[in-house]
Each structure stands twice: as structure tokens, then as C-alpha cells.
Design a protein around this ligand. Structure first.
Ligand code: SAM
Length: 289
């Protein structure tokens, strides 16, 4: 059965369909139509999705497509697609592939020349960003942080100086530890937003500097429940660094390739007339890894 215009090559289409992240009204009319019309729905958790489909009176058969079987069982879905059947891919909530299964199936489908069509809708990171009030022109999605503290701090350090808004998914039981590590790595004053239980009854969007955010979460156990997105303002160069002109930066970079930061800053100060302290700070902030 075809959910839209049949493909000329006779193959079925793989639809990547976003489902709600809480409020069921967030499903799109197009998503409902496609879910009802395809031959098969590949779902992360068939029991979970059965409830969603029942709510909307959709009786399309479901088959499991989760992180443990996706790579091996993907062939089953590809066979159906090659036979001309349309398939929809859904995850438990939000957009498939976004910290959810589906990547391998989409890769396999594209490799088999199957048309892959996105059916966009809810996505927690985008919903959080849209309401956080942090710069949204450039952002980085870091997904889930590692559970172990050392690995988590390594990941945080890698984005410490990234000027773009940073977005993380976090499990509620790790929220406090992660925010504590963010305080250490990004600094206590870095602006942060906790977007919790988006589109649900207890939706909370709180903005505070990191240390205050940590204390606020620690003081209220309710903030350590449910689902959450953490959004952190990107790195802003200290005011001193802004005094360093582009020309001075260029000179300093050249000197830093040969000299330690302190010596490079001192020489660059003599050459460019820019303050030595400002140059030294810039050198430390921009030291090659
Ligand atoms: N595919 C989903 C999406 O498009 O956002 C994400 C799935 S991922 C397995 C689940 C994580 O997304 C949660 O741990 C949480 O970090 C975030 N999340 C999902 N629903 C949310 C909600 N209603 N409010 C806040 N965060 C949510």
C-alpha cells in the first residue's frame, strides 16, 4: 500500500515519523495519515507504540526496530521496502534517530536506493531551545553525557570554549551530578536553562547561572524527576580578550607556534602595542590542544 505518490522505481518509501514527546496533540495530521496508510510500522518499543496508535485508532501492524536488533533485523524492513511496501519508522517519543534508534535502518534504506522521507514533528532539544531564551542561531547538540564522571568531564572540556549554545539530554537521576561537573568545567556563572517535562503537566523551563541552578535542583527533589534537556550558553571570551585585535591575534598565533604562551604574549605586546595581560589571556584561551 502506498502512503503517498508511489515511487516510479516500484520500491516502497521509508517514512521517518516524529511522534509526541508528551502532549499527544502534538502529532501532525500528516504523521497520522502516513501511520494509518503504510503497510508496516517499525517501532522502538511495540508495546509502547501500540498505546499511541490505539489512542488514534490506527491498526497498522508493528514490528520491533530497537538499538539491539536494528543492525541485524534491518534487512527484514528493507525486504518489505524492496517489495514495494511503505514502512514508517517511529521511536518511543519525538524524532527517530535523535538519541533514538533508526540510523542503521535509514542508512540501509538509502544504500538500497529506497526513498527516505522525513515527517517532522516534536523533538525535545528543539522544543527546549525554542523557549530557553539562549542564542539559537548556532547550537550544538551533545546528546547524553557519559555516566562516569571522568568521561563526562572529558566531554564537557571538549566543548568548554565552544561559543555556540550547548544542548544536552540528561537522565533525571544524573542531572545533579552533571550540573555539578558543568559548574566545574564551564564555571559557576555560565547561564543555563533546564527544560523539564516539556509539553507535559509539570513543564518547567528555568534559567539560572550554573551554580544557582545546581543549588535550586538540589533543594527541590521534584526537579530531579521526569525528562529534561539542559541548555548552556556558549563560551564568551572575557572582556580582556576582546581587546585583542585580529592583527594581534594573528601575530600571537604565529609566535605561539614557536614559543610558550607567556613569552609569545610578551613579544606580541611589543610588536602590536596591545596589553600583555590581554594577549596572555587570549593565548591561554586559544592554546592549541
Ligand atoms: N527522540 C527524542 C527527541 O526527539 O527528542 C529523544 C529521545 S531520548 C531517548 C529521551 C531524552 O530526550 C530524555 O532523556 C530527555 O533528555 C529528552 N526528552 C524527551 N522528552 C522530553 C520532554 N518531554 N521534556 C524534556 N526532555 C525530554
Amino acid at each position: 500500500m502506498s502512503a503517498s505518490t508511489p515511487q516510479l522505481n516500484g520500491l516502497g518509501t521509508l517514512y521517518v515519523v516524529a511522534t509526541p514527546i508528551g502532549n499527544l496533540d502534538d502529532i501532525s495530521a500528516r504523521a497520522l495519515r502516513i501511520l494509518a496508510e503504510v503497510s508496516l510500522i517499525a517501532a522502538e518499543d511495540t508495546r509502547h507504540s501500540t498505546r499511541l496508535l490505539q489512542h488514534f485508532g490506527i491498526r497498522t501492524p508493528l514490528a520491533a526496530c530497537h538499538e539491539h536488533n536494528e543492525r541485524e533485523e534491518g534487512g527484514r524492513f528493507i525486504t518489505r521496502l524492496l517489495a514495494g511496501d511503505d514502512v514508517a519508522l517511529i521511536s518511543d517519543a519525538g524524532t527517530p534517530l535523535i538519541s533514538d534508534p533508526g540510523y542503521h535502518l535509514v542508512r540501509q534504506a538509502r544504500a538500497a536506493n529506497v526513498t527516505v522521507v522525513p515527517v517532522p514533528g516534536a523533538c525535545a532539544l528543539i522544543a527546549g531551545l525554542s523557549a530557553a531564551g539562549l542564542p539559537s542561531d548556532r547550537f550544538v547538540f551533545e546528546g547524553f553525557l557519559p555516566a562516569k564522571q571522568a568521561a563526562r568531564c572529558t566531554r564537557l572540556t571538549a566543548v568548554q570554549h565552544d561559543p555556540r549554545t550547548l544542548i544536552f539530554y540528561e537522565a533525571p537521576h544524573r542531572l545533579l551530578d552533571s550540573v555539578a561537573d558543568m559548574c566545574d568545567v564551564f564555571g559557576a556563572d555560565r547561564p543555563a536553562v533546564l527544560a523539564r517535562e516539556l509539553t507535559k503537566t509539570f513543564e518547567t523551563i528555568k534559567d539560572l547561572p550554573l551554580q544557582q541552578m545546581h543549588d535550586w535542583i538540589a533543594a527541590d527533589v521534584n526537579q530531579q524527576r521526569g525528562e529534561c534537556v539542559l541548555l548552556i550558553a556558549g563560551y564568551q571570551a572575557p572582556v580582556e580578550a576582546l581587546e585583542v585585535s585580529l592583527e594581534a591575534q594573528r601575530v600571537l598565533m604565529l609566535l605561539m607556534a614557536e614559543l610558550p604562551p607567556k613569552r609569545a604574549a610578551a613579544l606580541a605586546a611589543e610588536i602590536t602595542g596591545v596589553r600583555k595581560n590581554a594577549l596572555y589571556q587570549w593565548a591561554l584561551d586559544n592554546k592549541p590542544a
